[in-house]
Design a protein. Structure first.
Length: 349
């Protein structure tokens, strides 16, 4: 079940007695818990009807005590149990050993929960093992919900809504430009919607009374990630713009990005663009290509757009030039920065 389905069920009063929330998007998990609390727990009665337990410091009797007293002047009683640590392939946390021994008792107890209770297990940044009996029990009597990063239209709508909340407007194209600069989808950077909202707040403060956010604002305020800089570099190379290509490279050097990593990222992106072109030529559809390259929808869109600037022959030639530069650096034939500058000039020719 997805985050959107849970919100829909809550609006339609179809809430189950037990849930497991897990995944990488902390913002959406926190938003769902807050929405649950606001809908079902009367203000001023939170101490009686909204209970949060730390999985490292509880035992079964604490769960019984929390769940078996009726809600007081509220529609439901909401009980949150954080980081129990027993839902992944490996248990983790101080309480996990205890609950591993009690998992059958907990599993049986879940089947007895009344409609007035909403028991939510929260495991942030955790991959669960759906084969486990406890998870199957939660799925049978409630729901297991994975909170993944927002994508596509959902992400665009969220960004537009947050800007609007702060009294700003931003065009569709500039939303995509904002996402590109945000590092939200970067593989090696763990960013959530909290980070995106912080970037939005910085833009709001930077623009002052001006209502619309433009590209120049984004360039001024947001720090470009390595992925973004590599994207911009290859765009400039594809357009044979030597001056801007070298400018982007020098900006990466000023940001202390390791030159071997820059070269590695250039090679990786060129390979992905070439593989995407070859797979398209063989007639594979978008979903199949994404699966074979192990990339998401957003990355597919970027690589697909960039592929229009390069022929297959140019990509193969560029990859050979990269390997030649790598060898020159490793054997000491050429200084690493000079080697990359020469590579960029040759790729633009």
């Amino acid at each position: 079940m997805r985050f959107e389905d849970f919100i829909k069920d809550m609006r339609e009063d179809k809430i189950k007695p037990v849930y497991l929330f897990y995944g990488e998007e902390d913002y959406l998990i926190d938003y769902s818990i807050k929405s649950l609390k606001e809908k079902y727990v009367n203000e001023g009665l939170e101490t009686l009807n909204y209970i949060v337990l730390d999985g490292d410091n509880i035992e079964m009797n604490h769960i019984y005590d929390a769940c078996e007293t009726l809600p007081f002047m509220s529609e439901k009683k909401v009980v949150i149990i954080k980081n129990l640590g027993i839902f992944g392939s490996k248990t983790k946390g101080q309480g996990a050993e205890y609950f591993n021994q009690k998992k059958d008792e907990l599993k049986n107890y879940i089947s007895t929960l009344e409609d007035y209770i909403c028991l939510v297990f929260v495991e942030k940044n955790t991959n669960i093992d759906k084969r486990k009996g406890i998870i199957k029990s939660i799925n049978k009597f409630g729901r297991v919900i994975e909170f993944t990063k927002l994508k596509g239209r959902d992400l665009n709508n969220w960004i537009e809504k947050v800007f609007k909340k702060y009294g700003k407007i931003i065009s569709y194209n500039n939303i995509n430009y904002f996402i590109q600069h945000s590092s939200y989808f970067d593989r090696d950077i763990n960013k959530s919607l909290y980070d995106l909202e912080n970037e939005i707040i910085k833009l709001v403060n930077f623009t002052g009374d001006r209502k619309e956010i433009n590209v120049k604002d984004i360039d001024e305020v947001m720090t470009k990630s390595l992925d973004t800089n590599i994207f911009n570099l290859l765009n400039s190379i594809g357009e044979k713009d030597i001056n801007n290509s070298l400018k982007v490279f020098h900006e990466m050097c000023v940001s202390n990005e390791p030159i071997p990593l820059i070269l590695h990222m250039i090679i990786r992106q060129l390979r992905l663009i070439l593989m995407l072109k070859l797979l398209k030529e063989k007639g594979y559809d978008k979903r199949t290509i994404m699966g074979k390259l192990r990339i998401g929808d957003y990355q597919y869109k970027i690589f697909s757009n960039q592929s229009k600037n390069f022929s297959n022959a140019k990509l193969e030639e560029s990859l050979n030039l990269c390997l030649e530069s790598d060898e020159n650096i490793k054997t000491g034939v050429m200084d690493d920065k000079l080697a990359l500058e020469m590579l960029i000039v040759r790729m633009c020719s």
